[in-house]
Design a binder for this molecule. Structure first.
Ligand code: PLP
Length: 831
C-alpha cells in the first residue's frame, strides 16, 4: 500500500507527484528530456535509470520539504548522527520500497519497454564506508525516518569511496571507486549552506572589546565545507530526513594579500590541498594509522556539522543555553570525537560562553558509541601532528584534561598510576592524544554495541572510567533494517511472510514470532524451501557470471561475507575446507553433504596478511573446484567486491552463516543479523551479538563452538603455544602441511609460508586452538543438513525469532535511553 499522497498539489502537476503508473510514466518521459536531455530514440539504459531516479526523487521532495518545515517550525529536539562513514547502498530500489510504488514503477517502465530490475541494477554503489560501522549508520538513518524521529546524518562526501576489489590471479587488486562518474541523481548540493574550517597556524591571547581574556586562533589556511544533501525517506511515512555530507572546497577568490609572501603558487597549492580533503575514504584495518589527512577530515566534518547546528539555533532564535535541548549528537565511534573540543571552542571562543556553562552544554549534547576493543583500533594522534594541524583544539583538550584529572585526583588521592592511565594524553613514549578518553569524558553516555561488548568495555579499555562514572555506561545492541535486508533483498520471502503473518512485520519485526506455529506444517516447509532455493539459484547465476564457477543450488550454501581480517578468521573456515578436501581425497566414498562455500569481503590495501588470506581462499578454490575426485561435491567461491549491492542477493541465499571470530573480538556484527532474518542458521562463537542471537533462537537452533572470551584470555595468560595444537592434531597438521607444500599455490612453497608460520608461532587470534571444535561443529552441521525437515524448521525459527535485531528496536533504545527524544509526525498539508 502506498503512502498518503493526497495533498501533493504543492509539487505542481501529477507527473511529478502522483503515484500511479501512468503519472510515473509521464514523469519519466518528462525527466528524460528536461533533466537528462535525451531524446527517447537515443536514450541509453543509463538515461532511463536517471530519468526514473529523478521521477522517484520528485515524489520524495514534497515529503522532504514538509519534513524540513515541520522541524523548523516546531520546538523539538533533533538527533544528529555524526559518522565518518555512511554505507547507504543503492537508493532507487529502497526508495521505491519505502514509497510503496515498486509495482507501479514496474508497470510504468514496462509500458516504456524497460525492465525495472535491470535499471535498478545499473545504479552505482555509493561506497562511503568500509563495512559494518558505515552500514550501521545507514540502517539507523532508515529507522530514524521510519520511526519519525527528527534527525540528520552528518558525514563526509568522499569523492572516492571504498575501492573496488578486482581478483586477478587469485589476488586482490584495488581499483578506484567511480561512483560519481555518471552523476548522482539523489544528491542536492546546497552551495549557500557552507562553513569555514581552520587549520594550522598559531593562537594568541587577547582581550576582547569588553576587556575579557580570550584566545584567537590565526590559522595557516582555511577550507570551506559545502553541504551535499541526500533525502532519507522512511518506510510508508511522510518523514524524509536529511543525510548531509560535507564536500571540501577552497575558500573562494583567495586574496593574495592574505598570503604573507604574496606567493601565487603557494596559494594555488593551498587550494589544491583544500579540495583534496574530502577526496578519499580511508580504509580501516590498516595496521598503520596516524595520517594527517584523516585527522583533517574528521575535524573538517565535525566542525561543519556543529556550525550547522549553531546556525539552525540562530535561525530559530533560540539562546545558546538551549543548545542541548535542541540537539542531541551521537558520535559513531571516536572518528568524530574531536566534537568534544570543537563544541567547546565554538562556545567559548566564538560565542563567549563561560567555560563551565560551555562544558555543561557540551556534555549535555554529546554521546559516544564505542565500536571496538582491539587496542590497535583505538584512535590516538601523535602530539606534534595534532598541534601543527589543530593548535587551538589541543589547548582546549589540555584544559579539559587538566580539570578532569583534578577530579580523578580528588576521587583517588595518591593514585598516580590511575591518573596516568585515564589521562587524555598518553605520556608513555611518544606523546599521543587518546580520542576514546576525550569522548568518554566529554559525553553524557557511552555505549557498546552488544551486551557482551558493553560488558567487556567496562572490564577492559574503559575500566577506570566505568568505576568513576558507572551510570554513564550503557548498551545498545546493534540492529539492521528489515526494509532493505528483507523486503528489498528477499521479495520471495517477503511475500510468504505477508501471506503467513500478515503485512506489518517490516515495521514490527517481533510479529515474525507468529511463524513459529507454522514450523511443523509440511506445506509451509515446502514453500519456505522453495523461496530459499530460488534465492540460491539467483546467487548461483551471479556466481557463474562473475567468476565462471558453476554451483548447484541444491548444495548447502555456507557463506562468510565481511571485511577480511584475522580476527574474523576466514582462514579458520579455509582450514576446514582443506580438511574436508583431504578427507574426500582419502575416502572418495565418504558421505559428505554437497557444500558450496562462498566468501566475500575486502582487505585493507596495506594489510598483507588479510590479502594473503584472500589468495589462500582462491588457491583452495582453484584446486577443489577442478579436482575430479571431488566430483563437484565441494565448491569454493570468492565473490569479488562485496558491497551493499551484492550483499542484497548474497544474504538471502545462505543456508549457513559463518560468524566465527575469536570470542571477545567482534564488537557486535550485523551481518550475523541479516543472515538470521533471511533464514540462515549460524555457526559461531560466543562473540558480539552472536550471544544474543543464540539466546533468542535457542541453543538447539544454533551451531556453537569455540572458546569463550574468558577461556581465550586464560589461554593467553598461561602462554599460548599454537604449535602444540598442530602437534596434537593430525588433520590440522596435514592441512597446514598441504598449504605450505604449494598444493594451493601452483607449486609455490613460499607463497603461504608467512600465513602458516604466523599460525604456528604467534596465532594472535587462536585459530589453531579453536580448530578441532570448529571441525566437530561442522560435522554437526553436516548431519543436520541430512534431515531436511529439521533444517528447514530451524531456518524458520531463525527468521521467526530475529525480531530483536531490527534497527527499529535499537533506535527506539537510543531515543529512550540516551537521546530523550520522541517521534514527530509530518503532515503533507504543511506546504
Ligand atoms: C552488514 C555488512 C557488513 C558487516 O558485516 P559483519 O559480518 O557484521 O562484519 C559489511 N559490509 C557490508 C556491505 C554489509 O552489508
Amino acid at each position: 500500500m502506498a503512502a498518503d499522497m493526497s495533498a501533493s498539489a504543492s509539487c505542481g502537476d501529477s507527473a511529478r507527484s502522483a503515484l500511479d503508473p501512468d503519472a510515473l510514466r509521464r514523469g519519466v518521459l518528462d525527466n528524460l528530456i528536461c533533466l537528462q536531455a535525451r531524446p527517447l530514440a537515443i536514450a541509453t539504459p543509463h538515461d532511463w535509470y536517471m530519468a526514473l531516479a529523478y521521477s522517484v526523487r520528485d515524489r520524495m521532495l514534497a515529503r522532504w520539504a514538509a519534513t524540513i518545515q515541520t522541524y523548523a517550525a516546531r520546538e523539538l529536539r533533533v538527533a544528529c548522527y555524526l559518522s565518518a562513514e555512511f554505507l547507504i547502498g543503492p537508493q532507487l530500489g529502497n526508495n521505491l520500497v519505502n514509497l510503496g510504488i515498486e509495482a507501479e514503477a514496474r508497470a510504468a517502465m514496462q509500458s516504456l519497454g524497460q525492465d525495472l530490475d535491470g535499471l535498478i541494477a545499473l545504479e552505482e554503489e555509493p561506497g562511503l564506508g568500509n563495512g559494518g560501522l558505515g552500514r550501521l549508520a545507514a540502517c539507523y538513518l532508515d529507522s530514524l525516518a521510519t520511526l519519525q524521529i527528527p534527525s540528520v546524518g552528518y558525514g563526509i562526501r568522499y569523492e572516492f569511496g571504498i575501492f573496488d576489489q578486482v581478483i586477478r590471479d587469485g589476488r586482490q587488486v584495488e581499483a578506484t571507486d567511480k561512483w560519481l562518474q555518471k552523476g548522482n541523481p539523489w544528491e542536492i548540493v546546497r552551495p549557500n549552506v557552507n562553513y569555514y574550517v581552520r587549520f594550522g597556524g598559531h593562537t594568541q591571547v587577547e582581550n576582547d572589546a569588553q576587556g575579557r581574556y580570550c584566545v584567537r586562533w590565526i590559522p595557516a589556511h582555511m577550507v570551506k565545507g559545502v553541504a551535499c544533501d541526500t533525502p532519507m525517506l522512511g518506510f510508508r511515512v511522510n518523514t524524509c530526513n536529511t543525510l548531509r555530507l560535507w564536500k571540501s572546497e577552497a575558500v573562494e577568490s583567495f586574496d593574495l594579500e592574505d598570503f604573507n609572501a604574496g606567493d601565487y603558487y603557494q596559494a594555488v597549492q593551498e587550494k589544491v590541498i583544500s579540495e583534496t580533503l574530502s577526496k578519499v575514504l580511508y580504509p580501516n584495518d590498516e595496521p598503520e594509522a596516524g595520517k594527517r589527512l584523516r585527522l583533517a577530515q574528521q575535524y573538517f566534518f565535525v566542525s561543519c556539522s556543529l556550525q550547522d547546528m549553531l546556525r539552525l539555533l540562530d535561525i530559530k532564535g533560540e539562546p545558546i543555553a538551549r543548545f542541548s535541548d535542541m540537539f542531541t549528537v551521537q558520535l559513531n565511534d571516536t572518528h568524530p570525537s574531536i566534537a568534544v573540543a570543537e563544541l567547546m571552542r565554538l562556545l567559548v571562543d566564538e560565542r563567549q560562553v563561560p567555560w563551565d556553562e560551555a562544558w555543561n552544554i557540551t556534555r549535555g549534547t554529546l554521546a559516544y558509541t564505542n565500536h571496538t576493543l582491539l587496542p590497535e583500533a583505538l584512535e590516538t594522534w601523535g602530539l606534534p601532528l595534532f598541534r601543527s594541524l589543530l593548535p587551538r583544539l589541543l589547548e582546549i583538550i589540555y584544559e579539559i584534561n587538566r580539570r578532569f584529572l583534578d577530579e580523578v585526583r580528588q576521587r583517588y588521592p595518591g593514585d598516580d598510576a590511575r591518573v596516568a592511565r585515564m589521562s587524555m594524553i598518553d605520556e608513555a613514549g611518544e606523546k599521543k592524544v587518546r580520542m576514546a578518553h576525550l569522548a568518554t569524558v566529554g559525553c553524557h553516555a557511552v555505549n557498546g554495541v552488544a551486551e557482551l561488548h558493553s560488558a567487556l568495555l567496562k572490564q577492559t579499555v574503559m575500566r577506570d572510567f566505568a568505576q568513576l562514572w558507572p551510570e554513564r555506561f550503557k548498551n545498545v545492541t546493534n540492529g539492521v533494517t528489515p526494509r532493505r535486508f528483507m523486503l528489498l533483498s528477499n521479495p520471495g520471502l517477503a511475500r510468504l511472510l505477508d501471506k503467513t503473518v500478515g503485512e506489518g512485520w517490516a515495521t514490527d519485526l517481533t510479529r515474525l514470532r507468529a511463524l513459529e506455529s507454522h514450523a511443523d506444517d509440511p506445506g509451509f516447509l515446502d514453500e519456505w524451501r522453495r523461496v530459499k532455493y530460488s534465492n540460491k539459484a539467483i546467487l548461483a547465476q551471479h556466481i557463474r557470471s562473475t567468476t565462471g564457477v558453476e554451483v548447484d543450488p541444491a548444495a548447502l550454501f555456507d557463506i562468510q561475507v565481511k571485511r577480511i581480517h584475522e580476527y574474523k578468521r576466514q582462514h579458520l573456515n579455509a582450514l576446514y575446507i582443506v580438511t574436508l578436501y583431504q578427507r574426500l581425497r582419502r575416502d572418495p566414498q565418504l558421505a559428505v553433504a554437497p557444500r558450496c562455500f562462498v566468501f566475500g569481503g575486502k582487505a585493507a590495501p596495506g594489510y598483507a596478511m588479510a590479502k594473503l588470506i584472500i589468495r589462500l581462499i582462491n588457491g583452495v578454490a582453484e584446486v577443489v573446484n577442478n579436482d575430479p575426485s571431488i566430483a563437484g561435491r565441494l565448491k569454493v567461491v570468492f565473490y569479488p567486491n562485496f558491497n551493499v549491492k551484492n550483499a542484497q542477493f548474497i544474504y538471502p541465499a545462505a543456508d549457513l552463516s559463518e560468524q566465527i571470530s575469536t570470542a571477545g573480538k567482534e564488537a557486535s556484527g550485523t551481518g550475523n543479523m541479516k543472515f538470521m532474518m533471511n533464514g540462515a542458521l549460524t555457526i559461531g562463537t560466543l562473540d558480539g551479538a552472536n550471544v544474543e542471537i543464540r539466546e533468542e533462537v535457542g541453543e538447539e537452533n544454533f551451531f556453537l563452538f569455540g572458546m569463550t572470551d574468558s577461556q581465550v584470555e586464560e589461554l593467553r595468560r598461561d602462554g599460548y603455544r599454537p604449535a602444540d595444537f598442530a602437534a596434537g592434531n593430525g588433520e590440522l597438521r596435514d592441512a597446514l602441511d598441504l598449504i605450505v607444500s604449494g598444493h594451493f599455490s601452483r607449486g609455490d612453497r613460499d607463497m603461504f609460508r608467512p600465513l602458516v608460520d604466523n599460525l604456528l608461532h604467534a596465532d594472535p587470534f587462536f585459530v589453531l586452538a579453536d580448530y578441532a571444535d570448529y571441525v566437530a561443529c561442522q560435522e554437526r552441521v553436516n548431519s543436520a543438513w541430512h534431515d531436511m525437515r529439521r533444517w528447514t524448521r530451524m531456518s524458520i525459527l531463525n527468521t521467526a525469532r530475529s525480531g530483536k535485531f531490527s534497527s527499529d528496536r535499537a533506535i527506539g533504545e537510543y531515543c529512550h535511553e540516551i537521546w530523550k527524544i520522541r517521534p514527530v509526525s509530518v503532515a503533507l498539508e504543511r506546504l
